[in-house]
Design a protein. Structure first.
Length: 478
């Protein structure tokens, strides 16, 4: 039978709920999130060994069937929230903790409901002005003056990618000269940088890992010697990748010295401040992060240092021209949207359509102002120093005084091989689950690390970690 195409369907209404249906859905979600936040302190920070698949997991699959919001939320709690790492918990001290402030979630809600097109000025001048204001605030915070530009990304990895692509483009690096260009970095460089090198083709450069000093900072003398050597043998020093808060130990490279060297040799200086950048909001951070403004490009992660939910990074480039040139495009169907006096986010990144990310950052900053963020960040610095001191008192070896809020440590007992011993401690903490820490390798040894950055981490959580570490040490040290 032939279908009558002129007959319009009339029964399509389910995706536009009635006010009563909206209220009912909304209340159930709100009740669920209230319960989540109310009980956060009793929830585990980590569910040990929850990777196995259960029968219930077939509920993940999509088919014709309709399900009630109640059933969906029960499943979500059981098979999503009660597995793995609880990144909303104040007990999360692993990797670099995320946050998840409530007002930011509400910003996301509004962004999704109103669904403004934040990629292009013509489509939403307001959304773009909001993003510009956030880039401006962040740029001023790190000390940039005029002429800089940036972009709100999904996170630090995308921000690194955009920055390194911009560096490559501005220095005219192509397939034919790439192998003569040199990139300098250290063992502390984040793996997202290597990914970016791979994607941009810059991994074909000469890659020089510069030694670090006892505080895991790039050795200026070794860098200088290497650059001179490279020039002598006909190579072209191209890019220095510095850390302003490394992931492993939170170390800040000697930014001013690195900038002097970069300037003298016309090298692009990129600073990865994904973790550390927002400590600029504190007095101590201002001092430790001196020289950030000297970078040609820099990245920060509001989903770390500003306690936002995952999905927000920032790339800044000192001269917006380089960022725009590296991403310029032409398309006939975009002609209405071109505006010579105003860059759009889509002119400055690989993304065209994108989540209206500005609102999740702008709403909390407008509601509370920026001072409250410095107070929280100050608390994290103090907690890290407290942990550093207490760890030595209870007999753990701390690798170095923390620059910011990451403390790397291990236990050394004569009766045990070091890596075996520290793995026992790590498993013990994970099995307890109230506090989550992670591990790394430093000086070729398994090393434990606590990164203090969640807005929900306070002295109580640090004391609990110390209590657990003391208890397992007493147990092992017999
Ligand atoms: C977290 C982090 C990154 C990567 O950022 P994502 O937001 O996870 O993509 C890069 N560099 C450093 C120093 C980081 O801490």
């Amino acid at each position: 039978m032939k279908e009558d195409k002129s007959k319009m369907p009339t029964n399509i209404f389910e995706l536009e709920e009635s006010a009563i249906e909206r209220k009912s859905l909304y209340e159930k979600i709100i009740n669920f999130s209230e319960e989540f936040i109310h009980t956060i302190e009793e929830q585990k920070a980590f569910h040990f060994d929850t990777n196995e698949i259960t029968e219930y997991d077939s509920f993940f699959d999509i088919d014709k069937k309709k399900n009630s919001i109640e059933d969906i939320l029960v499943f979500f709690k059981e098979r999503v929230l009660n597995t793995g790492l609880n990144a909303a918990s104040g007990g999360h001290l692993g990797y670099i903790p995320g946050g998840g402030i409530y007002s930011s979630a509400l910003g996301d809600y509004l962004a999704a409901i109103t669904n403004r097109y934040a990629g292009v000025f013509y489509a939403s001048p307001g959304a773009v002005r909001m993003e510009d204001a956030l880039i401006n605030w962040t740029g001023k915070l790190i000390g940039y003056d005029k002429g800089f530009g940036g972009n709100l990304t999904s996170g630090g990895s995308m921000a690194n990618l955009i920055a390194l692509h911009t560096a490559k483009h501005s220095k005219g690096i192509t397939i034919s000269n790439v192998s003569k260009n040199v990139i300098y970095f250290t063992s502390q460089t984040h793996h997202s940088v290597y990914k970016a090198l791979k994607i941009t083709g810059l991994e074909k450069c000469v890659l020089r890992e510069i030694p670090v000093d006892s505080h895991f900072k790039m050795s200026v003398i070794d860098l200088e010697t290497q650059i001179k050597h490279d020039k002598h043998i006909g190579l072209v020093p191209f890019l220095i990748i510095a850390n302003a808060g490394s992931t492993d130990v939170g170390s800040v490279d000697p930014l001013i010295n690195l900038s002097d060297i970069a300037k003298a040799h016309h090298i692009w200086l990129h600073i990865d401040a994904a973790y550390g950048g927002f400590f600029k909001l504190t007095a101590l951070g201002k001092d430790k992060l001196k020289g950030m403004e000297l970078a040609d490009s820099i990245i920060l992660d509001p989903h770390k240092g500003l306690f936002m939910p995952y999905g927000l990074g920032i790339v800044l480039v000192k001269n917006i021209k380089y960022l725009a040139e590296a991403h310029s495009y032409n398309a006939n169907y975009m002609r209405d949207a071109k505006n010579d006096n105003q860059y759009s986010p889509a002119d400055l990144s690989p993304e065209l359509s994108k989540h209206f990310r500005g609102l999740r950052m702008w709403l909390p900053l407008k509601l509370y102002g920026d001072t409250v963020f410095s107070e929280y960040l100050n608390e994290k610095l103090q907690l890290a120093y407290y942990l550093y001191q207490e760890l030595s008192i209870i007999g753990y070896k701390v690798l170095c005084e923390p620059d910011l809020s990451v403390v790397a440590f291990r236990l050394e007992l004569k009766a045990y091989e070091s890596d075996v011993l520290n793995k026992i401690i790590l498993d013990y903490i994970h099995q307890d689950g109230r506090i989550f820490i992670s591990s790394t390798i430093l000086d070729n040894k398994l090393t434990l690390r606590a990164a203090i950055l969640s807005f929900r981490t306070h002295k109580q959580e640090i004391d609990l970690l110390l209590y657990l570490l003391k208890k397992i040490k007493t147990h092992l040290d017999v």
